[in-house]
Design a protein around this ligand. Structure first.
Ligand SMILES: NC(=O)c1ccc[n+]([C@@H]2O[C@H](COP(=O)([O-])OP(=O)(O)OC[C@H]3O[C@@H](n4cnc5c(N)ncnc54)[C@H](OP(=O)(O)O)[C@@H]3O)[C@@H](O)[C@H]2O)c1
Length: 440
């Protein structure tokens, strides 16, 4: 707060500035406009919206929100001395990062739902918040209404998180569920997700795993007290999966999910990755369907813990923003608890995927002729990859091709990559349709 300006107690209210009034910002603006008195009960002072930054002044907005608060000038919100807390819900880096930095530099607190900014700049921003005595809260950045950030900040698992496995992208989970249950092709399931409003017009960051990798970077950084950058996370999307893979997975006793995984693997190293994975169909995460999200922790004292809920949408995300807002506001009125565990320590190495071992599912289209399986087995054997099971099906008699599905025992990723290069070069192998890791 600028020098000489009255603080919230002298002023008699906590001033809130909102950046962005889209899907989530509208929910937050409406809640602050309607439920002020409920929030006052939990905070001790009323929370008053002082300004709302948007890009397009001409757009029609919620009638529940005082339109005189809306502005296209960031200074109206950021330089208003009666704004104690800034809620950033614009998304992206360009406008959001300088706004968050500037607010924290002023010693004022920020609540954000911005996974991209937190994934790329979270460690620095949290250090800045601490240095300035401000709070930076970001529950809405991961898992919508699921209180996964506060679980990690408050050490709900009691001790170290050995591993976390999560389904943290509702769009892809919806698509995978339709593919699994109805045998839909990827493109059809994506169109359906768009028609239902579960996928954006440009779904690229969801489909290719980037959104999940941003969220995983935020979770892994908190879980292991060590900055994990999104670039260090191996990331593979779901666009190459076919209905056949889901049928084979089902027959073999598995579900296919886009998993975000972070594990401690000893020697100060972490295994952090996002990719479609086979998981046993009786595992809890295998039952998380549709747009739901879930985060499963394995910890040494609490054992296994599953947080499950709606991962996106206006209502769930608004609730996450409001819970952060109440916590920050309570701190301003002296009712808050201690600052959460926010400062990451230094450097764990993320072990490259090539140096990790997995079991694999491989689906190959091959010429329907004798000796094919032996040739494939020889290449895998030479790479020290041992076969766990084989399914061979005749697919297309006229084309003279058959489909072979192989599951392997644990093998090094680099060995598998070398072997698949050699398999592709075999005359009898027409195509390697899918390679999917099995998460045990
Ligand atoms: N939607 C969800 O379910 C969800 C879930 C979890 C987290 N989040 C996160 O919450 C944030 C907001 O998401 P959203 O879905 O609410 O986004 P959105 O619907 O696209 O809304 C963005 C809002 O920010 C404003 N805005 C964008 N860039 C701006 C700029 N440069 N200057 C001024 N205003 C700007 C837009 O103004 P106009 O209205 O004038 O266009 C709009 O009001 C994102 O970080 C997102 O990742 C969203």
């Amino acid at each position: 707060v600028s020098k000489g300006a009255a603080g919230p107690t002298e002023r008699g209210f906590i001033g809130v500035g909102l950046l962005g009034m889209g899907v989530v910002g509208t929910g937050v603006a409406e809640a602050l406009s309607i439920h002020g008195s409920f929030l006052q009960e939990s905070v001790g002072l009323p929370l008053k919206l002082q300004g709302i930054l948007v890009r397009d002044a001409g757009r029609s907005r919620s009638a529940l929100v005082d339109s005189s608060l809306i502005t296209t000038q960031s200074k109206d919100v950021l330089e208003n001395p009666e704004v104690d807390i800034v809620i950033e819900l614009m998304g992206g880096e360009d406008a959001a990062l300088p706004a968050i930095r500037g607010t924290l530099a002023d010693g004022r607190s920020v609540v954000t739902g911005n996974k991209e900014v937190m994934a790329k700049h979270g460690a620095g921003l949290l250090a800045m918040a601490r240095a300035k005595g401000a709070s930076l809260k970001f529950e809405a950045a991961v898992g919508g209404a699921i209180p996964v950030i506060s679980a990690l900040e408050r050490g709900v698992t009691g001790a170290r998180v050995r591993a976390l496995r999560a389904i943290i992208n509702g769009t892809t989970n919806y698509i995978l569920t339709r593919m699994a249950v109805e045998g839909m092709a990827f493109e059809d399931a994506l169109s359906d997700a768009q028609a239902q409003g579960y996928a954006e017009a440009d779904p690229g960051n969801d489909i290719n795993g980037t959104d999940a990798a941003y969220k995983l970077a935020v979770l892994a950084t908190l879980a292991y007290g060590s900055p994990v950058s999104p670039e260090s996370i191996y990331c593979e999307g779901i666009g190459h999966l076919t209905p056949r893979d889901f049928r084979y997975a089902h027959d073999l006793g598995y579900a296919i999910k886009l998993l975000a995984i972070a594990k401690e693997i000893g020697d100060g190293e972490l295994d952090v990755r996002v990719h479609p994975a086979f998981i046993a169909s009786d595992a809890q995460l295998a039952k998380v369907d549709g747009v739901y999200n879930a985060v499963q922790f394995d910890s040494d004292s609490a054992g296994e813990l599953l947080l499950y809920g709606r991962g996106a949408g206006s209502g769930p995300t608004t609730s996450a923003v409001l819970s952060d807002l109440i916590e920050v506001a309570r701190r301003l009125t002296g009712h808050g608890g201690p600052q959460s565990r926010q400062t990451p320590g230094t450097g764990s190495r993320v072990r490259p995927i090539d140096e990790l071992d997995f079991r694999y599912y491989l689906r190959l289209t091959v010429s329907d002729q004798p000796g094919v399986l032996a040739a494939i087995a020889r290449i895998l054997g030479d790479a020290s990859i041992s076969i766990a099971s084989v399914i061979q099906q005749e697919v297309d008699e006229t084309a003279g091709s058959a489909e072979i599905v192989i599951t392997t025992h644990r093998a090094r990723e680099s060995a598998l990559r070398d072997a698949t290069g050699k398999l592709t070069a075999l005359d009898v192998v027409r195509e390697i349709g899918s390679i999917i890791r099995v998460e045990e």
